[in-house]
Design a protein around this ligand. Sequence first.
Ligand SMILES: Nc1ncnc2c1ncn2[C@@H]1O[C@H](COP(=O)(O)OP(=O)(O)OP(=O)(O)O)[C@@H](O)[C@H]1O
Ligand SMILES: [Mg+2]
Length: 571
Amino acid sequence: MNKIKKLWRRLKNKDENIRLIKWMLHIIKPYFRFVIYVFLISLLSMGISYGSTIIGKYVVDDATSGDINFRNIAFMCGTTVVSIIIAIFSNIISSYINEKFSFSIRQKLFNDIQRSVWIKISKYHSGDLVTRLTSDIDGLANGLISILPSTVLIICQLLISFCILLYYDWQIAVFALILGPVGAAFMLFFRKKYKEYQTKFRESESEYRSFMQESLSDLTVVKTFRQEESNEAAMEALKNKRLHLVIHNSRLSSVMSAAMRMVYSIGYVVAFCWGSYRISQGDITYGTLTVFISLVGQVQGSVSGLAGIVPQVYSMLIAAKRISEVTEIEKETYFGKTDVPRAVGLEVSKVSFAYAREFVVKDLNFTVNPGEKIGIVGPSGTGKTTIIRMLMALTSPQRGTIRYILNGEETEKACPDSRRFISYVPQGNTLKTGTIADNLRVGKDDATEAEMLQALQMASADKFLKKLSDGLNTELSEKSGGLSEGQAQRIAIARALIGKKPVLILDEATSALDEDTESVVLKNITEHSEDTTCFIITHRRSMLRYCDKVIKLDEDGYMKMITLSHYYNKL
Ligand SMILES: Nc1ncnc2c1ncn2[C@@H]1O[C@H](COP(=O)(O)OP(=O)(O)OP(=O)(O)O)[C@@H](O)[C@H]1O
Ligand SMILES: [Mg+2]
């Protein structure tokens, strides 16, 4: 039974590798032309170096017979210079392709991450995604651009050297190849270990980066909770883990290269002794001996070169696996709808949703008329934000349907296109680095200054803006650095209001404001946006006076839709 399982796993692994190779061939396709150029240039350089080796034979033979052939010496020098120039060109071209290729893959992965279904991509840590976007892509690009042509090149080199040797002396040619099976045996022996190592190394890289990113993203937490020492210790532990993996790998490579070098030296000594014996028998010249030694070196160099490529291939395959895994995450489907309806209503029918096994919200049923203001309340963790995510089609319910009613006629099932008529103020700090104006343009990319000021006024942000010397051009650093939490919230509300969408969702968007300011903001929104359908999640009951209906979620995920008078009677 175990054997069958093992065999099945091996077959699956094979399939996985074939799938990865196909995926890599697909992404390298547009650059294949350039890879061929690099390959041809390297082939030319190799041809010249063979020419130089053979000319060397004549130089030595001439010298042993008391002659010095300056033409051959000049030719040898010339070929050396030409091969150096070619190597420079080849390096420049490969770094150009490498850069171009890695940037295009990075762009594609970045686009894919942005367009993936939220619930699926949100399972990945941002540090892990950044590692995939950087180190993994560098590993893949380097592998595809350099490993592919150099493998073919090494095989060519092996074949050419072997054929020339065969031409001069078949026994030595066969002997030179002995390293081949030895190298292959080493490769097979270490294959599994390399794969394991590469997987672990990439994972530890992600862990390391995620930890650094998270620790540095909020230094106040680190300082106030006195996390400096424990963070340093955690960093040290992660570093040690990586170090252990690196040492393990270098031990593996050293054993392999030492073994190869040993066989290599034996090969060299045997070629030398065999060549000397043949000279003593008068079968070959001194020049042929030099060709022997050089070609045996090249054959063995090629075989050990192939062995050296194995870890790189595994590193490339693991990087490819990590990248393709993210690119293959299901993408959101957009139908390209651009029409923004004037009035939007909503019908939520028998909706239940679970992130894992347990349903978080159960059997939601409610309708909303265009322009209605709906409060959503309930204890923390009862599913308020989850409902919002479903309304914006960031995630879909496992049961039931959510339909928008557009202009009182057409219905549209909640889908990514529905976001064209929704403005959203998320929970927490979501402003980006840049000026206040840059942030407002996220809501409307061609917003004029007048529109910005109007939105800021509605969000009750105009007064504090006047106090900022740079006004709309005030630069915000990471996490709205330079503003208070409540000021940042008001900019975020203005960012949502500026687009004047028919649906507005506020997820505890005023939680950091004092009660008076919160009241002013909600009053402004509800009075000036009569036609806007609003969902207001709040923990402050007094704010429900601006709502027409209230959805109350209870601890076990069920809801009650309550009219406002009812709600107040219950308080
Ligand atoms: N991405 C997620 N993956 C798995 N479970 C989640 C995820 N987001 C939320 N949950 C779980 O779903 C439940 C509802 O979470 P939700 O964020 O909707 O609550 P909430 O009512 O908005 O709470 P709060 O008032 O604290 O913001 C919680 O038990 C939470 O643990
Ligand atoms: Mg919430």
